[in-house]
Design a protein around this ligand. Structure first.
Ligand SMILES: Cc1cc2nc3c(=O)[nH]c(=O)nc-3n(C[C@H](O)[C@H](O)[C@H](O)COP(=O)(O)O)c2cc1C
Length: 448
């Protein structure tokens, strides 16, 4: 087998799959999205497949709107289990796979986050990661005493300081601080405890953290910024970046932009893995793969399908859904609808076809085909320097994930693109990213 740098693979296991109609699939269990046993099964399958990590996206409240009316009651994507609680449960029934949970810098305090992720890292033996988000909806703001979501600028200024404080708190203890000397009665060496005493624009946090340094030295930091401010946070901190890209050129230019920003921030670009999201429909023949895609698309309820266009195109429920996409007349949406209209006109899509292309993967890149066709695409992106791995967002869980494992993984392995076995025990080891130094220069990982 040729020797090459293996790619990283993550399983995003939100709901019962990313497709809007996943819960209506004949084999789906509609309530599984909040059933712990569903996630145990997925986590254990992903670990058996040697995936780098599990990922849970999150919003703090129901972000979907009932627009057009009737859409909200048709979605299974509003109710979820809280990610850190869920991953703590999964830590106990897995041994190697990484556990990445999303948490917002807008609706938490840094001490909460430092403490919870250090705990997860400790409970899991070094497998925790934090997907840093600033949240985006008014629905979330209204759950936290605000009428409006914070503006982008101040939100990211708070986030940048927030992450600095969290990293500072994670350095509270050197890894060898706890000497446990029964003879002298010394539990820890006070020279190896550090008080952060942060005084900033947004936070005043004394510290130290009330949990010893965690097994990874520092949980893995993950980000998915698109704006300059978002990319700035990724450049300074992220060891994994999730990206959204639909074509190779777009993927490559985002990849280069982030890697350059990482280098400019003084970090090694190879310590930041870029993982575009993909949604796959795989079958032994292309026709069967396409049938899987069409079968789910036919199950998208109309109001829910239209809700995917509502924000950009307005309410299209009065139109023939199998007719052409109309020119938007509402001035509020006219300019932002241009991209969607151009896509519909280019591919001659009806309204129904337009919304199903979005509803199929929640905006991620969709790959439909045989194992070889799908892996050809993945390999092309890796070879072109547009991806270091992929964040798999299956349309239906668990079946579409099982398809990936049964059909795409053997093909990836045949090409030397994915590991046969784990070689380490921590998420950092799976990803091949080093433990950062402590700001105090102390020991960062426990001695063997
Ligand atoms: C793959 C991926 C996953 C994301 N997960 C979440 C999430 O779980 N919660 C959230 O509030 N935002 C999430 N986001 C949104 C990003 O954090 C970010 O706000 C968005 O990419 C826009 O970038 P900007 O904030 O720099 O403008 C995600 C984005 C991507 C691409």
């Amino acid at each position: 087998m040729p020797t090459r740098q293996p790619i990283s693979l993550g399983l995003s296991m939100r709901y019962i799959g990313y497709h809007a109609a996943s819960w209506r699939h004949p084999q789906a269990q509609p309530g599984a999205g909040s059933d712990f046993r569903h996630f145990v099964r997925l986590a254990q399958s992903a670990e058996a497949a040697k995936f780098d990590m599990l990922f849970l996206a999150d919003g703090i409240g129901i972000r979907a709107k009932d627009a057009p009316p009737g859409a909200l009651q048709q979605t299974a994507q509003s109710t979820v289990l809280e990610p850190l609680t869920l991953l703590s449960g999964l830590a106990a029934v897995t041994e190697r796979i990484g556990l990445v949970a999303t948490a917002s810098t807008t609706y938490n305090e840094p001490f909460h986050i430092a403490r919870k992720y250090a705990s997860l890292d400790s409970i899991s033996g070094g497998r925790a990661g934090w997907n840093i988000v600033t949240s985006w909806s008014e629905a979330e703001a209204r759950n936290f005493g605000r009428d409006k979501h914070m503006d982008h600028g101040p939100r990211y200024a708070r986030a940048a300081e927030f992450v600095e404080v969290v990293k500072g708190l994670w350095d509270s203890w050197d890894a060898d601080a706890f000497v446990h000397d029964k003879a002298s009665g010394t539990f820890f060496d006070p020279a190896k405890m550090h008080v952060l005493d942060h005084q900033g624009e947004h936070f005043r946090v004394r510290g130290p953290l009330d949990i010893p340094r965690s097994p990874q030295g520092r949980p893995v930091l993950v980000q998915a910024g698109a704006s300059d401010a978002g990319i700035g946070i990724a450049a300074a901190n992220a060891e994994v970046v999730y990206s959204v890209a639909h074509d190779l050129n777009g993927a490559k230019s985002y990849y280069d932009k982030v890697k350059n920003a990482v280098a400019t921030a003084g970090r090694n670009p190879s310590g930041c893995k870029i993982m575009p999201g993909i949604t796959t429909f795989i079958a032994p023949t292309e026709t069967e793969a396409r049938e899987k895609y069409e079968q789910l698309n036919a199950l998208v309820p109309e109001a829910l399908g239209l809700s995917y266009l509502y924000g950009q195109m307005g309410d299209l429920s009065g139109h023939d859904l199998d007719g052409p996409v109309p020119e938007p007349t509402d001035p509020a949406v006219r300019s932002i609808a241009k991209g969607l209209l151009a896509l519909a006109q280019r591919d001659n899509l009806s309204i129904r076809q337009l919304y199903t292309t979005i509803a199929a993967g929640f905006g991620t890149r969709i790959l439909i085909g045989t194992p070889r066709q799908v892996v050809d695409e993945l390999e092309a992106w890796v070879e072109a320097g547009a991806a270091d791995g992929f964040n798999l967002c299956p349309p239906v869980l668990p079946s579409a994930f099982d398809d990936f494992v049964a059909m795409a993984l053997p093909e990836l392995r045949r090409r030397g693109l994915f590991r046969e076995e784990y070689s380490g025990t921590t998420l950092r080891e799976h990803l091949g990213v080093t433990v950062p130094n402590s700001r105090y220069g102390g020991a960062v990982v426990p001695r063997e």
